[in-house]
Design a protein around this ligand. Structure first.
Ligand code: UDP
Ligand code: MG
Length: 329
């Protein structure tokens, strides 16, 4: 049996500082795996330029011109990390047997790829890269991230603890995955839904080699909220439940108000009335907001806009692969 063709999918957004360093590391890894006979010599590194405003695409084109194992596609504008990864995976799925998605900043240990490929050769279709420790993160990031994974699980969203988007997926998983048509993407919550045999490999996460994080707090919160609201309707259920409880309390309140009025102490009730009005008003606004978030999501899904648009390709990626996103291009 031929060894599998591997495509390493690397999203890049304004990464001109780090790409010259990490591109060589990716190629070394590809060469090593090929020499060991674990992957086919047609394996490639596929960079996805996510609408960078710096020289990232020029660097990718330069790499592709030097070595055929470097390939690139460019999104027509910045669409965010999740969409960039999806664009890369969908472009790769008909050209390869396995993909590994990884950030381009050198934070994720490339050596974990050896174990990922081994696990695939042992029969796993999905291999999650899991951070063994979070030493390099700030206390704030570590604390919020771990709390968030717990919250997701409570909400019934199945995610692998401390796994981000460093993972191996086989082509047949990607074929099934391409049928998931949602626009609100939270890949790490969707992949477990596809099923197939999976396992985890553990690695240590390093500091970014160069450049700044492209995930400011605002983007991180947006992704965190997407993770819950695009995969769980538990918050809405909780609203219904809380609404029911408050209604019950209101009945008790009305009884209390009536008794107060009948016993002639009505004026004394002003403060409590004001409190109740405020409380109900606040909670209603909050709940309407949460429901509104879901309606917003429905609105976006109904429009079914393309999830990525590819504007440029390096030579090896020139023809769009068959069976790709029907809304692409
Ligand atoms: N990224 C992207 N589009 C964006 C933001 C980020 O393609 O809009 C890429 C980025 O180039 C990197 C990966 O996503 O390869 C993860 O981003 P980053 O390392 O900045 O996030 P962090 O590790 O700080 O959470
Ligand atoms: Mg990073």
């Amino acid at each position: 049996m031929n060894p599998p063709i591997l495509y390493i999918v690397v999203p890049c957004y304004n990464e001109q500082d780090v790409l010259p360093m990490t591109s060589g590391m990716f190629l070394d890894k590809l060469t090593q795996l090929t020499n060991e006979g674990k992957i086919h010599s047609d394996s490639r590194i596929l960079f996805v330029n996510d609408g960078s405003k710096d020289n990232t695409w020029q660097i990718i084109m330069g790499l592709a011109a030097k070595d055929v194992r470097y390939q690139g596609i460019a999104q027509s504008r910045n669409r965010g990390h999740q969409n960039a990864v999806l664009a890369g995976l969908m472009a790769a799925k008909d050209r390869c047997d396995i993909t590994i998605s990884i950030d381009c900043d050198g934070q994720d240990d490339l050596n974990a790829m050896d174990q990922m490929v081994d696990a695939y050769l042992d029969g796993c279709d999905v291999v999650y890269g899991v951070r063994a420790k979070r030493d390099t993160d700030t206390f704030f990031k570590r604390f919020t991230a771990e709390g968030y994974y717990r919250l997701l699980n409570r909400m019934g969203v199945e995610v692998v603890y401390n796994h981000a988007d460093y993972r191996l997926m086989s082509a047949r998983v990607l074929q099934e995955f391409s049928k998931f048509r949602e626009v609100n993407l939270f890949l790490r919550g969707l992949v477990p839904l596809v099923g197939f045999k999976s396992t985890s490999v553990y690695y240590e996460r390093h500091e970014r080699l160069a450049g700044k994080s492209k995930y400011p707090l605002k983007k991180m919160l947006a992704l965190a909220f997407d993770g819950i609201s695009s995969l769980s309707i538990k918050p809405i259920r909780m609203i219904t439940l809380t609404g029911g409880l408050i209604s019950l309390l209101s009945v008790a309140g009305i009884v209390w108000a009536l008794i107060t009025a009948l016993t002639g102490h009505a004026v004394a009730g002003w403060a409590s009335t004001a409190c109740i009005v405020c409380f109900i008003g606040g909670i209603q606004a909050l709940f309407l907001g949460i429901i509104g978030e879901y309606i917003g999501k429905i609105y976006l899904e109904v429009k079914a806009r393309p999830r990525y648009i590819i504007s440029d390709r390096t030579e090896g990626m020139a023809t769009p692969s068959s069976g790709s996103d029907p809304q692409e291009d």
